[in-house]
Design a protein around this ligand. Structure first.
Ligand SMILES: Nc1ncnc2c1ncn2[C@@H]1O[C@H](COP(=O)(O)OP(=O)(O)OP(=O)(O)O)[C@@H](O)[C@H]1O
Length: 722
């Protein structure tokens, strides 16, 4: 056979095609042609040369090593014995399992006793009959009869002799038994104590009852362990997966594999499943309800997820002993009066295995989303309570639903408002403006701090404790935040400030937590949702809402909060804590519970002299008109009769005009004042330009940022016309 010719480009000639060597060798990558020149060349059935590109040399060193390297080492100590919590949970399960069986039989013990007593006469008869058969060697009878039928006298006589010897020996044994047993039965009642007699009778009745029980009607019914503690088996998993209606599985159920044995993992069973090629774990996650039906478990017990770090076809199926929604959650450690440092991870909720999942609130902006009544407000309230328990934290609480769900936080809040009336929005706008100023002040403070005190240019716990620096954490919680962003008058400004807070706030110790029941781009502007680090998505009904809260492509990657049922209250997907997205159940803290925690937080704050603002009855008074869009008319007033003026001089006049609104701008230098005014005017569509003016101190002329009267009046006229 002549070798095929290859062209210089390295492309395979038309008559050469790659072929897998054997079906069971692993898929090999097609080697560059230069490397396959030496490959074995064979001809196909039309005498065309073909190149074998899949190596069948299993002894090849590199293949062997590569395979070895890619093997996953199983944990030496099984997961259920790897840490104290796991050991405790395994021990609890084993104890509960046997306690369940014991209790089951204990409850039925009287019934078993009656059953044994009723069956004991039959047992006695059966025993007598069996003894008779034994004594007369009844089991040899068919054989002897057969010898008669076969007319085999020799064998028959031998069998008879054998039988006679047996009957003699057994008869003797029986006689001895009767000779000893009968007097014993007669004399025992007068010799032995009553309890021994009782025991003997019970044993006799028990044994006779057991003997008298038909094979299909055992005395004790099987210890029916509840479904919640039944073992998960591979058969069950395969059957359940096959019932999902995923064609890739139904057509090829034998291709379902298990990467490790099904084992206990916390209070449940864990199966590591390798799905057939082409099937992704996300398909199974989406059909969680059908999977639960296939497994015969409550929906809240069945938690499939794509194996963290695995390929998309690897599924980790965890089947809990109890419904997560109903399982008793361990006591929230913060209820016990533990000290809280918001810079440290704090317990947020429990995962499906009942382990605490911790969240560090500092340096993040957080987003909570769900359809109504799934636990959004409870989650926000829990996070705000966590923050409240660190006395340094300045809390800003906005309940835009207005039902008072966040009112327990009032006694510790620096700013608090419930409702979305104009004065509530005005109050929030004023506070947000002040916060933006505060953020700017903080960035400056951080910038100027010595590197040894602030090595990472962000607020740290020790820095937050230094009161002189005023870098304490500020946590802003907003329920139903869409009300803010959709506000016709202030929406744009609020969005601009919140975007700034989400982006730059975390490093300066300012944390914004937004909750919404309508997660779309209008209710949470994309700029904000894109920059939120911490995300908690309770039940949502569609892919868009899912991705809005959890981030783009989350749904496609199998992170689907659509899988939750309506009874999964407080349960959601938590993202941003680790690389993995975790199913977590938040802590249920009812109104009185929240009030008690807030009262504790208030005492700590009062003792530390850190009760401020609303909680200290020293809240700011925001009057109507202070934050309504008076900025443009105010700028016109500040301009006086001039056609244009420098921004910094306009700001000075604004501060004079309305100190409650603009006082935060007063302490800035000229350039910052100009930047501030530019940012504030931007949402209204008014730009700043270079303006020639004279410095009142030096008397020199200069070009600086400023505002033209015409630009402002044009916008006001347009707005009046609308
Ligand atoms: N962690 C939890 N564990 C158990 N139940 C919870 C949990 N969180 C919330 N719930 C239940 O869910 C109900 C609804 O909670 P919540 O008021 O927080 O929902 P929501 O999503 O804010 O509703 P809405 O959109 O109407 O304001 C609560 O009354 C509570 O009974």
């Amino acid at each position: 056979m002549s070798a095929p010719e290859f062209d210089a480009s390295g492309d395979l000639p038309d008559n050469v095609r790659p072929l897998r060597a054997t079906d069971d060798t692993p898929h090999a990558q097609v080697e560059p042609v230069a490397d396959v020149l030496d490959a074995e060349l064979v001809e196909d059935d039309q005498n065309r040369p073909v190149v074998l590109v899949d190596s069948d040399d299993v002894a090849d060193d590199s293949t062997w090593l590569t395979r070895l390297r890619h093997q996953t080492r199983q944990a030496i100590i099984p997961a259920y014995l790897s840490d104290l919590d796991q050991i405790r949970q395994t021990a609890t399960w084993v104890t509960r399992h046997y306690a369940h069986a014991t209790a089951y039989h204990a409850v039925r013990a009287p019934m078993y006793a009656v059953r044994l007593a009723v069956r004991s006469p039959r047992g006695a008869l059966l025993l007598l009959a069996a003894t008779g058969r034994w004594a007369t060697d009844a089991e040899g009878r068919p054989l002897r009869r057969q010898m008669v039928v076969q007319n085999d006298a020799d064998k028959y006589l031998r069998l008879v002799a054998e039988r006679n010897a047996r009957v003699r020996a057994r008869g003797l044994l029986l006689a001895v038994g009767v000779a000893v047993g009968v007097p014993l039965v007669v004399l025992l009642p007068s010799l032995a104590p009553a309890w021994v007699m009782g025991l003997c009778w019970a044993l006799t009745v028990g044994v006779l009852g057991a003997v008298g029980s038909p094979a299909d009607k055992p005395v004790a019914t099987r210890a029916v362990v509840g479904a919640q503690v039944a073992k998960l088996t591979s058969d069950l998993v395969v059957r359940a997966l096959t019932s999902l209606g995923i064609s890739g599985i139904s057509k090829n159920p034998d291709a379902i594999g298990f990467t490790s044995p099904i084992h206990r993992d916390g209070p449940g069973w864990r199966a590591d499943v390798e799905l057939p090629g082409g099937v992704v774990a996300a398909d199974v996650v989406e059909r969680r309800d059908r999977l639960a039906s296939g497994l015969g478990r409550a929906l809240g017990c069945v938690w499939p997820e794509q194996t963290p770090g695995g390929h998309p076809g690897q599924l980790t199926l965890w089947v809990g002993d109890r419904d997560m929604a109903k399982a008793k959650q361990p006591a929230w450690p913060l209820r016990t009066g533990r000290k809280v440092d918001l810079f440290e991870p704090q317990p947020f909720g429990t995962d499906v295995r009942g382990r605490w999942v911790e969240v560090t609130l500092m340096y993040v902006a957080a987003l909570i989303g769900a359809i109504p009544r799934m636990g959004k407000t409870f989650t926000l309230r829990q996070l705000l309570l966590t923050a409240a328990l660190d006395p340094r934290v300045e809390l800003h609480v906005y309940d835009l639903k207005g039902t008072g769900d966040l009112s327990p936080l009032g006694p510790v809040a620096h700013r608090y408002r419930a409702g979305d009336d104009p004065e509530d929005i005005g109050y929030a706008v004023a506070a947000l403006r002040a916060l933006r100023e505060e953020m700017r002040r903080r960035t400056k403070v951080i910038r100027e701090l010595p590197k040894d005190l602030c090595p990472e240019n962000k607020v740290t716990s020790p820095l937050a404790s230094k009161r002189s620096l005023r870098l304490h954490p500020i946590v802003i919680g907003v329920d139903e935040c869409q009300v803010w962003f959709e506000h016709p008058e202030h929406g744009a400004e609020i969005e601009e400030i919140c975007t700034d807070l989400v982006k730059r706030g975390p490093a300066t110790g300012i944390v914004l937590i937004l909750a919404t029941q309508r997660p779309d781009s209008k209710s949470i502007p994309t700029q904000i949702s894109d920059n939120a680090v911490l995300r908690f998505c309770l039940k949502v009904t569609g892919q868009m809402a899912n991705d809005m809260v959890l981030g783009t492509s989350s749904y496609r990657n199998g992170e689907r909060a659509t899988q939750f049922s309506f009874s999964d209250k407080g349960i959601g997907l938590l993202k941003g804590v680790t690389d993995e997205t975790t199913t977590v159940k938040g802590v249920y803290i009812d109104g009185p519970g929240a009030e008690a925690l807030a009262a504790r937080a208030r005492v700590t704050r009062t003792d530390a002299g850190l009760l401020t603002g609303y909680a200290a009855e020293a809240d700011v008074q925001v009057e109507e008109g202070d934050v309504t869009s008076t900025l443009l008319p105010d700028v016109l007033t500040a301009l006086g009769g001039a056609d244009k003026a420098w921004s910094e001089s306009i700001v000075d006049k604004l501060v004079e005009l309305r100190p409650s609104v603009y006082s935060a701008w007063a302490s800035q230098d000229g350039a910052d004042k100009a930047k501030q005014l530019t940012a504030a005017l931007k949402p209204y569509g008014v730009g700043t330009v270079q303006v020639w003016g004279t410095d009142p101190v030096t008397g020199k002329g200069a070009n600086r940022r400023g505002v033209h009267r015409d630009d402002v009046t044009a916008i006001i006229t347009e707005s009046d016309r609308k």
